[in-house]
Design a protein around this ligand. Structure first.
Ligand code: GDD
Length: 412
């Protein structure tokens, strides 16, 4: 049997995602019309002998109760949310719930970061993992030299694929091959974390930690709590080059979703993937009663009402109960539930929060720089933009009424 663990993290202060996802935990924020976490969950359906999926995080359990019960019913595989009482780090959560995870005596454990967008080649990974015969296999990808230092950089043996060297977000360039945040391990990973925890107890009790000891050095330097374990720095780094960890390189798309702007980019990638995986989710203008002009990849929830003279796409996701008026133009945007877009409103490179209302001839636009802070215009929940008002490269917090135009601003 195989289990999958998706690390969903928890609410963190001051992240740029907060302005828009305030009312919903980031893992449930919709990308291409489906909660972010649903993309890896659906990918898990392809894992042979999958017995359970666990979501581990420190969000309130109540945020996930409805979601996990409906997705469990749909998948016919139990999906459970396990709530940590505090952050234990990307490997600590796994260790904290080890008894539940080992309930079915799985032979393999997948660990997936929730905030990555990719094609999740999980069956291919487990096949490769079996061939390598190590304790763990990491999904890796080549990125541009300039962006590599945002991730864990690594060196792998070109023939055996063994992980030879690993450095988390290094200051000086090591390699353009990076850690995708998707792993498969044998249950031995839990023994490794257990040993590390014992090691930490012992070392924490000693006044002077010996240098040259990888585990001891990392806790002393970071001054971490004894039950906090990071998969990357605390496990992968010290185990590199010991014939225990291997890499599987994906040639497919891969992105990390840390900013709302990246959620637009990832929505586009998932919409494009629907051509292979779920073509029924794509709108083609003549289906679902939407006679509007559809350009490129567009998702429209069946309950949304779209005027036939609207022009929509590419890369647009329209959620439940949205009303799109006559002459509206939508491009590269996510429109959340219950939004009203009145006649001739234009939305480009933007995210429009739940229950917001855009008046006639309004224009809400970002400059399309997915990585910059205000490159995507974001309206929080329940924002009203009055007729003819223009909002450019701005973030508007929930429940504001805008009766004047703004540019490059954050409206608190
Ligand atoms: N449950 C739980 N508890 N989840 C956590 C915790 C925790 O205490 N801390 C982090 N996570 C989850 C996050 O939600 C995310 O899905 C994953 O663990 C990794 O988060 P971080 O440890 O903050 O690392 P990162 O996202 O900056 O970078 C990691 O992922 C990159 C790929 O996206 C590193 O492993 C990089 O090397 C890697 O390139």
């Amino acid at each position: 049997k195989v289990v999958a663990v998706i690390m969903v993290g928890g609410p963190t202060k001051g992240t740029s995602f907060r302005s828009v996802s305030l009312q919903t935990p980031k893992p449930l924020f919709p990308l291409a019309g489906q909660p972010m976490v649903q993309h890896p969950i659906y990918a898990c359906r392809r894992i042979p002998n999958l017995s359970q999926i666990f979501l581990i995080g420190f969000y309130d359990e109540g945020d996930f109760t409805l979601y996990v019960s409906s997705i469990s019913n749909e998948l016919k595989v139990p999906v459970r949310y396990l709530q940590e009482d505090k952050p234990h780090g990307s490997a600590g959560g796994l260790y904290y719930f080890r008894n539940l995870i080992m309930e079915d005596s799985p032979t393999h454990i997948f660990i997936l970061n929730c905030d990555v967008c990719c094609s999740f080649p999980l069956p291919e990974m487990i096949d490769a993992h079996r061939r390598y015969g190590g304790m763990g296999t990491i999904l890796v990808v080549k990125v541009s030299t300039e962006s590599a230092n945002e991730f864990g950089e690594l060196v792998a043996d070109p023939i055996s694929n063994e992980l030879l060297h690993y450095t988390e977000k290094p200051e000086t360039f090591v390699s353009d091959l990076i850690n995708c945040g998707i792993y498969v391990f044998t249950p031995e990973i839990l023994t490794v974390i257990h040993k590390l925890s014992i090691h930490r107890e012992e070392k924490a009790n000693m006044a002077n930690l010996p240098s040259g000891d990888a585990f001891g050095y990392s806790i002393r330097r970071a001054n971490l709590p004894k039950d906090f374990f990071r998969l990357d720095q605390d496990i992968l780094s010290p185990l590199a080059g010991k014939k225990q960890l291997y890499t599987y390189e994906t040639m497919d798309f891969w992105e990390q979703i840390k900013t709302p702007g990246m959620s637009l980019r990832c929505s586009a990638l998932y919409l494009s993937q629907y051509h292979q995986t779920s073509p029924h989710l794509l709108s083609y203008g003549d289906n679902k009663g939407a006679s509007a002009t559809i350009v490129g990849d567009v998702y429209i929830h069946p309950s949304a009402k779209v005027h036939p003279t609207a022009k929509i796409g590419p890369n647009v996701s329209i959620a439940a109960n949205v009303r799109v008026g006559a002459g509206v133009r939508l491009l590269d945007c996510i429109i959340l539930d219950n939004v009203e877009l009145q006649e001739n409103a234009v939305v480009i490179c933007s995210i429009i929060g739940w229950k917001s209302c855009l008046g006639q001839w309004t224009r809400v636009q970002g400059d399309g720089d997915h990585k910059s802070k205000c490159g995507t215009t974001i309206l929080g929940e329940g924002v009203t933009v009055e007729d003819e008002v223009v909002v450019v490269n701005s973030i508007v917090l929930p429940h504001k009424i805008l009766n004047y135009s703004v540019q490059d601003d954050i409206i608190l």
